[in-house]
Ligand binder design. Structure first.
Ligand code: 3H9
Length: 698
C-alpha cells in the first residue's frame, strides 16, 4: 500500500487521496501510488466511479522538480495517465488550491473535473524553461480550444475556477472538494454520462484545423515578450502538433520537445531561479519558529512615485493603507495618479472594472505624520537624504504604536543610522522597493544591526503577501542591487572615454538579455539627479556633465544619451551626442580606440560579479542565490541566465578572475582586481554554487 496515496470507499465511489506535502508534487512515490490505487479501484466491483483528489493545501502542483536531471524512476507519468484515461469507470478530478503542470495534466486525463472556487489551473512549465510533458499540450487544446490553450501553455499563467468553468476545463465549481467530487461522480453514474476522453475529442480544435491562423495569431500575441527564450516557442510547436497531427503522434512530438528542453541550459537556469526564489524566504540567523507580527493596516509616508506604487501594491493585495503626505495638494496628486493607473489597467482588461474603486476605497489619504498611530507597519518613501529620513524616524518614534515595524524605502542610506533616531531600533529595517513599485517584484529587506528577528520575518512575510519577491540583505551603500549596478555604471562611463558609443554599450547589454542598457536606463531615470549629486560632492564626470550642461537630462527633456522623438520612449542614437563625446575626448587629450563587443560584455558583467563576491564576503547577502534573486526580480536579469552569480559559474570563475586582473591593469583600476573570495574560488577551481552547498551541509 502506498504511503502517499490512499484509496477509500464511500459507497460506490472510490476516493483516491494524494497526501504528499508540501504541494503533492508527482514524485515517483506519488505516481506509483496513483497508478496502484486507480488499478485497485477499477478492479473493485463495489466501486463504480473514482474521485482523484488531494489532502493539504493544494491539488498536485506539478512534477517533482527536484527529480529533474536525475535518472528517471518508473512509472512514467504518461503511463499512469494512459491507465487513468482508459479506465472503464468514470474518474473525476476534484481540485483545490493549484492544479499546475503535471497536476493539471493528471486532471486532464480524468474524464471529468470539478474545482473549488478559489482553485487555479495552469500549465506553467514555460516558466521553468520546459513545456508540458505529459499530454498537456495535446489535451488542453481539446478541452478549451487552441486560443486559450496557447495563452495558458505559451504564457504560463494559470486561470481561475470561474474562467475554467466558462471554457469547459471544469464541469462544476464545488464547495468541498471531496463531498463535491463524490456528489458529481454520483451524478455521472445516475445520468449514465458517457466518459469524456479528451484524446478522442477533436471538436474544439476543428476550427483551427480548418483555419490555422486562429492558432498562429494566438502564438504571435503570446510570444511578443519571449525574446531570447526557447521554451515558449517549443511549447507553441507542441500545441501546433495537437492541431496538425493525430493525438498519439502529437504526444510523441510533445515528448521530444520536453526531453530536449529538460537538458537545455535555459531550463537548468530557470529551475535554479525557481529554487533560488524559495531559498530567499529562508532567513539566515533567525531562530526557528519565529512568527511574523500581525499586519492589518499599513501606513505609507509619501504619495510620490515610490510611495504611491507601494500603497498600490498593498491595496492590490486587499490590505488597507493610510497614505500620508505633508500637504493636501501632493496628496491629491498622488491619489489621482493611483486612480488613473488602476483605471488604465482596468481598461486594458488587466483587472475587473470595479477593481479601481474597490482598491481606492482601501486607501485612506491623510495629511500629517501623526496619523500613523493605527498602522502595524509603516513604510517611509520620503525624500532620499539622511537628514530628512532622520527627522521622519524621530517623529515615527513619537507617533507609531508600540510594536509597529518601521521601514525605510531608502535605496542606499545607512539604516543603522536611521534606527538610532528612535528608541526602538529593534523595530526598524529597510524595505527597498523598485520602481515602478506596483510592478517590480523585488523587495530588498534590509536587516540593520539591531533589527529584531520577528520584525525581519514580518517584513519578509508581508512582502510575499503583496506578491513581491523578498531578499534579505545587510546594510551597506546601495545594498546588493545598486551596489553592484554602480560598478557597471563606472565601467559604462569609462568605455565612452575609450571610444565606445552609448548605443554600442547598450546593444551589447540588451543582446545579453537585459531589458535596457546603462545609458538608456540613465535617460529613463533622469541624468540631472546624478549631476546634482556630483556637484554636491565636488565630483566630475566630463561626458555626463557636458550632456547635462547642454540641457540633456534624459527622456524627460526628449534628449539625453539618446534623442526621443514625438514623445516616444524609444531611444534613438543622436549624432549630436557622438559629437559631444568626441569634443570632450579631444579637450581631455584622450585617444579613441575600437572597443570590441566582447570587451564591453566582460566589463559590464565581471565587475558586478566581483562586487557580488565582496558582498558575500562581507555577509551583506547570505547566499549567492540571494544576489541572483535581486537581479532577476529587481533589474530584469534574463531568467534563462539564472542570475549574475549563477551565470558566473557557467562562464568559469577562473576566466572571470583572470580577465578582471587584465582590466585592472589596463585601466589602472585596483577595484577591478579579483575580490579575495573570487580569487580563492577561482584558484581552487570552485564555483559560487559550491558555497551554498557547503553552507547547507554545515
Ligand atoms: C511539470 O509539471 C512537468 C510536467 O509537465 C511533465 C512531467 C513529465 N516540485 O512556492 P512555495 C516546493 S513542471 C518540487 O514556497 P507557495 C518548494 O520548493 C512543474 N518541489 O509555496 C517549497 O519547498 P521549501 C510545474 C516543489 O504556497 C515548497 O514546495 N509546476 C514544487 O507559495 C513550497 O513552495 C510548477 O511549476 C515542485 N513542483 O506556492 C509549480 N513546487 O519549502 C511550481 C513547490 O523546501 N510551484 N515545491 O522551500 C509553485 O508555483 C508554487 O510552489 C505553488 C505553491 C503555487 C504550488
Amino acid at each position: 500500500m502506498s504511503e502517499v496515496v490512499k484509496l477509500e470507499r464511500q459507497d460506490e465511489v472510490g476516493i483516491v487521496m494524494v497526501d504528499s506535502p508540501p504541494v503533492n508534487a508527482l514524485s515517483a512515490a506519488v505516481r506509483g501510488g496513483i497508478l496502484e490505487c486507480v488499478k485497485q479501484a477499477v478492479a473493485d466491483p463495489a466501486i463504480k466511479a473514482i474521485v482523484l483528489t488531494c489532502a493539504g493545501r493544494t491539488f498536485i502542483a506539478g512534477a517533482d522538480i527536484t527529480e529533474f536531471g536525475k535518472p528517471p524512476k518508473p512509472p512514467g507519468l504518461n503511463e499512469v495517465l494512459v491507465e487513468m484515461e482508459n479506465s472503464p469507470k468514470p474518474i473525476v478530478a476534484a481540485i483545490h488550491g493549484t492544479a499546475l503542470g503535471g497536476g493539471l495534466e493528471v486532471a486532464l486525463a480524468c474524464h471529468f473535473r470539478v474545482a473549488t472556487k478559489e482553485a487555479k489551473l495552469g500549465l506553467p512549465e514555460v516558466k521553468l524553461g520546459l513545456l508540458p510533458g505529459a499530454g498537456g499540450t495535446q489535451r488542453l487544446p481539446r478541452a478549451v480550444g487552441p486560443e486559450l490553450a496557447v495563452k495558458m501553455i505559451v504564457g504560463g499563467d494559470p486561470i481561475g475556477a470561474a474562467e475554467a468553468l466558462k471554457n469547459g476545463l471544469i464541469e462544476e465549481i464545488v464547495e468541498d472538494r471531496v463531498a463535491g467530487g463524490a456528489a458529481f461522480a454520483r451524478k455521472v453514474l445516475a445520468e449514465k454520462r458517457a466518459l469524456r476522453r479528451l484524446r478522442d475529442d477533436d471538436s474544439k480544435i476543428a476550427a483551427a484545423k480548418a483555419d490555422r491562423s486562429i492558432f498562429t495569431n494566438a502564438v504571435a500575441a503570446m510570444t511578443k515578450k519571449s525574446r531570447g527564450l526557447e521554451a515558449p516557442f517549443a511549447a507553441a510547436d507542441a500545441v501546433g502538433a495537437a492541431i496538425d497531427l493525430p493525438f498519439d503522434e502529437g504526444l510523441k512530438k510533445e515528448r521530444e520537445g520536453f526531453l530536449k528542453l529538460l537538458v537545455s541550459d535555459q531550463s537548468k537556469a530557470q529551475r535554479y531561479a525557481f529554487f533560488a526564489e524559495r531559498e530567499a524566504n529562508k532567513i539566515a540567523g533567525v531562530p526557528d519558529g519565529t512568527k511574523p507580527r500581525p499586519v492589518n493596516r499599513v501606513a505609507v509616508l509619501g504619495a510620490g512615485t515610490m510611495g504611491g506604487g507601494i500603497a498600490m501594491s498593498f491595496a492590490n493585495a486587499g490590505i488597507p493603507v493610510t497614505l500620508i503626505e505633508t500637504a493636501e495638494e501632493q496628496l491629491k496628486r498622488g491619489m489621482g495618479i493611483m486612480q488613473k493607473n488602476w483605471e488604465a489597467t482596468a481598461a486594458r482588461g488587466g483587472i475587473p472594472a470595479d477593481a479601481p474603486a474597490k482598491r481606492m476605497a482601501l486607501i485612506n489619504g491623510v495629511v500629517g505624520i501623526e496619523n500613523v498611530g493605527d498602522a502595524d507597519l509603516v513604510i517611509e518613501a520620503v525624500f532620499e537624504t539622511m537628514a530628512v529620513k532622520k527627522e521622519v524616524f524621530a517623529k515615527l518614534d513619537q507617533y507609531a504604536k508600540p510594536g509597529a515595524v518601521l521601514a525605510s524605502n531608502t535605496s542606499y542610506l545607512n539604516i543603522d543610522e536611521i534606527a538610532k533616531e528612535t528608541k526602538r531600533p529593534q523595530d526598524v529595517l529597510g524595505m527597498h522597493f523598485f520602481s515602478p513599485a506596483n510592478v517590480m517584484k523585488l523587495c530588498e529587506i534590509v536587516r540593520a544591526a539591531k533589527t529584531a528577528p520577528d520584525a525581519l520575518v514580518t517584513a519578509v512575510s508581508i512582502a510575499r503577501k503583496i506578491a513581491k519577491v523578498p531578499a534579505v540583505v545587510g546594510v551597506c551603500d546601495g545594498f546588493v542591487g545598486n551596489r553592484m549596478l554602480a560598478q557597471r555604471g563606472k565601467q559604462a562611463e569609462k568605455l565612452l572615454f575609450e571610444g565606445a558609443l552609448p548605443q554600442q554599450v547598450d546593444a551589447v547589454v540588451t543582446k545579453f538579455g537585459m531589458p535596457m542598457g546603462p545609458f538608456a536606463m540613465g535617460d529613463l531615470a533622469g541624468l540631472d539627479i546624478g549631476w546634482r549629486s556630483r556637484k554636491d560632492r565636488g565630483i566630475k564626470s566630463e561626458i555626463a556633465d557636458a550632456l547635462c550642461e547642454a540641457g540633456r537630462f534624459g527622456q524627460k527633456t526628449g534628449k539625453g544619451y539618446y534623442k526621443y522623438e514625438g514623445g516616444s520612449r524609444a531611444p534613438l542614437p543622436d549624432p549630436e551626442v557622438e559629437k559631444l563625446i568626441d569634443e570632450t575626448l579631444l579637450r581631455l587629450g584622450r585617444k579613441k580606440r575600437v572597443v570590441s563587443d566582447d570587451e564591453i560584455l566582460e566589463r559590464m558583467m565581471y565587475p558586478m560579479i566581483n562586487e557580488g563576491a565582496r558582498i558575500l564576503e562581507e555577509g551583506i547577502a547570505a547566499r549567492p542565490s540571494d544576489i541572483d534573486v535581486v537581479w532577476l526580480y529587481g533589474y530584469g536579469w534574463p531568467i534563462y541566465r539564472g542570475g549574475p552569480m549563477y551565470w558566473a559559474d557557467t562562464v568559469g570563475l577562473k576566466h572571470i578572475a583572470d580577465r578582471l586582473s587584465v582590466y585592472a591593469k589596463e585601466t589602472n583600476d585596483p577595484r577591478l582586481e579579483p575580490a579575495p573570495l573570487l580569487k580563492k574560488l577561482a584558484d581552487e577551481g570552485k564555483t559560487f554554487a559550491s558555497l551554498a552547498a557547503a553552507s547547507k551541509a554545515a
